[in-house]
Design a protein around this ligand. Sequence first.
Ligand code: OOG
Ligand code: NI
Length: 463
Amino acid sequence: MSFQSLWELRAAFARSLSTMYGTEVPAYNTLVEVSTKVNQEHLRQHGADAERLGSISRVTAERHGAIRVGSERELSQVARVFAAFGMHPVGFYDLRDAASSAVPVVSTAFRPIDADELAKNPFRVFTSMLAVEDPRFFDAQLQRELDDFFNRRELFGPELLELADRAAAAGGLPDAEAKRLLELATRAFELSAEPVDYDWYRRLEAISAVASDIGGVTTTHINHLTPRVLDIDALYAGMEALGITMIDEIQGPPRWDGPDVLLRQTSFKALGEKRMFRHSDGSVRPGELRVRFGEVEARGIALTPAGRDVYDRMVAEVDARLAADADVVRQDVARTVWEENLPNTEAELAAQGLAYFTFKPHPEVIAGRPAGPITLTELIVSGAAVPEPIVYEDFLPRSAAGIFQSNLTDGGTKNDAEQATAYDIDRMSRIIGREVLDPNNLYQAQQDVSVTELAKDLGVEIS
Ligand code: OOG
Ligand code: NI
């Protein structure tokens, strides 16, 4: 009998969810097919350069999912499930104020954290928790009802949690148990056929379609599963050519002449799905819900906090120019703003400390140089240190809010006269029962290790 390590479990989990989701949402399969074609074509045209931000085998298998839970208990349980797949909480996202519409959730993402684990399989799941305590969305009466509802339901049974804990502790599971873990974990994220309580669902929906999606049903479900593409503009055109209407725009950075940074995403809207509803007169009748959608993404280089400041300022500048001129297209304005503000080569981004890199040594460039410390920037500029991009493995709050928002039928309601409940990364860590890591610390640590090695390889002291 063989043993499956965490990364093997994670890869199998991503495949199993993909098969399940493709059966439930056939348009997802189309998205995966078009993505695969786009990636092959990109590889054909660009050769080795196409793999600068990840091997083609990694990118082809790469997915992120999104799920939503209702309570602190449910969030801490789902964290145990993900730990069985070597996925740890990284980053804190507060979407309550990230968009003009009401998205009453706070979120984190579960993902592998080591470079070699990411290279083997980078599966990640954006995970949101309903902010039940926030009085801007839910009054005291509804808070009590939601708490009761979440206390009564069981998203993750004892067998799943027990197997998951064992996998995490042992670094994997023997085949038979691995199979059972995958079965139970996949089932936990399927759409339930259980009839939906009509009045309760609609009551929550009046506050936010996200609230009813989370609290209006007795289970949770994957609400999208996102493949990664190497050319998102080609993907967008390919999907439209097949008659699948995408949201108006690609979220995140524009297409431009410089390196890909952070994350570009686009999606197609949630499709109507037949569901059964239980009405107050006791009857059970069919109806329709739109909750699950398709999304695709292209990933670029991770930005440092300094780079992120430039990014945030550019986003604000694009907004300002758009507000001043109604006839222009966001992507066009954005391209101009980017060309004005961001260096358009990897070496410049590295030299200015705007993005994260590892470095390859070219000792011959500085051979014969007088002894004494030298800066990383000097090494980059001279060509003695050749930057290799570190991929952005996380999410963007504004795009996430945009993804939520593009799938809401209306903006929902939020009472801004009330005081927002405070949530932050520390509180999220306490809820989950393990530290929610800061993504920048992970990228920085990876860069630091590389710089230490670079100094050794070049025989210099880097100041
Ligand atoms: C999560 C939306 C965020 C992304 O890619 O930014 C997200 C959700 O809809 O639950 O998945
Ligand atoms: Ni997503």
